[in-house]
Design a protein around this ligand. Structure first.
Ligand code: F6P
Length: 319
């Protein structure tokens, strides 16, 4: 393989640049040319493709976002979109591809591999919801963004003796809510993977109040319900003054943590190695601090699950 492509796709995540940098540098180290495909699969369809040099990724390892831009591209789910993308791969002589993104992006990678273009999926999403890896690129940074915000909210919650509901990202996955809730000692954590009982939440808040605890933090993953609605219900049921903060896209930005930079570097480099070994249709990941790879079809056929033990612990520690 003499020429590969790299793209970032789906919701961006801090550390994507570090992954792209690793792909570019590792490939060039092995005398392989690298082309950047801009705006995800849309760029593949439209031929928005440019050669990347060593210097193209200089001064990017610490930057959030993605220098290749990102997009969600429904057109690439259709055969016609894929056909246009393949025409451009042919035109630019690109023989294999690295795709940094979440599960939606991996579906495109699977399609390209089936069409004869070996493609490797590198998990980049703040949701931490990709099977086959303990961590996705960007999760650690987003988690730290969330806990920094909650620490601040806690200060004002204490001063005003209020209840705060904080809504964090995670349409289908509760990892960000669970980890931040545990890291911040939240009174309740609501995640899409587990049923919640409003009466129990209210009872816990009232118990705390009777013990003299006048402020509380409830973390809600967006997929578990609207923070605003849940805040209203809590205020009505408890009579405690309640405020809601929706953290939103602040969670997707910012300079990646050291953990995310190192993870992205290791995963990006491994993706290139796999292509050079003649492999495609794989995803890379980290499990027990070892870099691993899996069949992309297998990864796409299993659902990410929450760590039940951690969820149970969060319940036990917030009695
Ligand atoms: O998948 C990452 C993510 O940030 C989710 O947590 C969130 O639900 C979604 O993307 C938001 O997507 P968009 O930026 O397209 O609104």
């Amino acid at each position: 393989m003499k020429r590969i492509g790299v793209l970032t796709s789906g919701g961006d995540s801090p550390g994507m640049n570090a992954a792209v940098r690793a792909v570019v540098r590792k490939a060039i180290y092995h005398d392989v040319e690298v082309y950047g495909i801009y705006h995800g699969y849309s760029g593949l369809i439209n031929g928005n493709i440019k050669k990347l040099e060593i210097g193209s990724v200089g001064d990017t390892i610490h930057r959030g976002g993605t220098i290749l831009y990102s997009a969600r591209c429904p057109e690439f789910r259709e055969l016609e979109g894929q056909r246009k993308g393949i025409e451009n791969l042919k035109k630019f002589g690109i023989e294999g591809l690295v795709v940094v993104g979440g599960d939606g992006s991996f579906r495109g990678a699977e399609k390209l591999t089936n069409h004869g273009y070996p493609t490797i999926g590198v998990p980049g999403t703040i949701d931490n919801d990709i099977p086959g890896t303990d961590f996705t690129i960007g999760f650690d940074t987003a988690l730290n963004t969330v806990i920094n915000a909650i620490d601040k909210i806690r200060d004002t919650a204490t001063s005003h003796e209020r209840t705060y509901v904080v809504e964090v990202m995670g349409r289908d996955a509760g990892d960000l809510a669970l980890w931040s809730g545990l890291a911040d000692g939240a009174e309740s954590i609501l995640i899409p993977e587990a049923e919640y009982d409003m009466q129990q939440i209210v009872a816990r808040l009232k118990r705390g109040h009777e013990r003299g605890k006048k402020h509380s933090i409830i973390i809600v993953a967006e997929g578990a319900g609207s923070g605003v609605e849940i805040g209203k219900q809590i205020e009505e049921a408890t009579g405690f003054e309640t405020r809601v903060t929706v953290l939103g896209h602040i969670q997707r930005g910012g300079s990646p943590t050291a953990f995310d930079r190192v993870l992205a570097s290791r995963l990006g480099a491994r993706a290139v190695e796999l292509l050079l070994e003649g492999k495609g249709g794989r995803t890379v990941g980290i499990q027990n601090n070892k870099i691993v790879d899996h069949d992309i079809n297998e990864i796409l056929s299993v659902k990410h699950v929450i760590d039940e033990g951690m969820y149970q612990l969060s319940q036990e520690l917030s009695i």
